[in-house]
Design a protein around this ligand. Structure first.
Ligand SMILES: Nc1ncnc2c1ncn2[C@@H]1O[C@H](COP(=O)(O)OP(=O)(O)O)[C@@H](O)[C@H]1O
Ligand SMILES: Cc1ncc(COP(=O)(O)O)c(N)n1
Length: 272
């Protein structure tokens, strides 16, 4: 019997502009040499300027996509991205409980870089109460961490406090992304692991507005590495290196928050 190719799954919304959501996830996993499947839970009409419209998928179609994948593929790790509204979050939670899809990374996407709401306000408590307990890794950006932890985050100490609070809500590993701390010269993310260890991953802040899909790219790289069998810390360090390379080696697409260069290369995985 030949060795099965490593397979991972993204559960998210599409981006017609190609920069974020399912499109960023598939490009990232492909670059990391992991085969990617996708459960599309919402479709957006979107470009680098903003989100013009979106539609959540009928729940029956969400169930059917999960069933098709589970019937045939062997998914080693999965992630969630945009989840739109309460019924969609509930449908995803139901299917995550039904099937074994490996470790789950939850990127709790709420508001796009352009300002559009991608998760309805009333769905935040559903994510907190029903999805977070299933997560092996949670990767909020600063506004998302504030919302989920119910506290303001103005500095590094408060990032640490928020991570502890989120872990106390049942998440095993928490990664709070510092990309929104624009006044800082470094873009630093804080990680609190299940075993209580913690560390920062930092990289020089690239002075660019071409950062559409950074969060999706980081979380899907982490998911791809977990699918290959990496431990959580190595997967996160590789994810940070990869997202930095995709931002620093920019491409020119669109007129707003441009997409990343997913074919940018990193020399080495994990830590230096
Ligand atoms: N201008 C930038 N330069 C370097 N790294 C960045 C920059 N903006 C974001 N990052 C990094 O990209 C990743 C995603 O962060 P963030 O932009 O906060 O997430 P999101 O896309 O969910 O809002 C993090 O590792 C963050 O440190
Ligand atoms: C379908 C979809 N999923 C996620 C994002 C978040 O990406 P960003 O915060 O970079 O706009 C997005 N804009 N669209």
């Amino acid at each position: 019997m030949v060795n099965e190719t490593v397979q991972a799954l993204t559960i998210a919304g599409t981006d017609s502009g190609g920069g974020a959501g399912v499109m960023a996830d598939i490009k990232t996993m492909q670059e990391r040499h992991v085969f990617s499947a996708a459960v599309v839970v919402a479709v957006t009409a979107q470009n680098t300027i903003g989100v013009q419209d979106f539609m959540a998928m009928p729940k029956k179609m969400i169930d059917e996509q999960f069933a098709s994948i589970a019937d045939d593929l062997k998914i080693r790790a999965c992630k969630t991205g945009m989840l739109a509204d309460v019924p969609t979050v509930e449908a995803v939670v139901k299917n995550l409980k039904k099937y074994d899809l490996g470790p789950l990374t939850v990127d709790p996407v709420m508001i796009a870089k352009g300002g559009a709401r991608l998760l309805s306000e009333d769905a935040i408590s559903t994510v907190r109460e029903k999805l977070l307990p299933l997560a092996d890794i949670l990767t909020p950006n600063l506004p998302e961490a504030e919302e989920l932890a119910g506290m303001k985050i103005n500095d590094h100490d408060q990032m640490i406090q928020a991570a502890k609070k989120l872990q106390s809500m049942g998440v095993k590993n928490v990664l709070i992304k510092g990309g929104h701390q624009v006044e800082s010269k470094e873009s630093s993310d804080f990680i609190l692991l299940e075993n209580g260890n913690s560390f920062w991953v930092s990289s020089p802040r690239v002075d660019t507005k071409r950062t559409h899909g950074t969060g999706d790219t980081l979380s899907s790289c982490i998911t791809a590495e977990l699918a290959k069998g990496s431990d959580v810390e190595t997967a996160i360090r590789t994810g940070k290196k990869y997202v930095q390379a995709t931002i620093a080696n920019g491409i020119q697409v669109g007129h707003g928050h441009g997409p990343l260069n997913h074919w940018a290369k990193i020399d080495k995985e994990g830590d230096d």
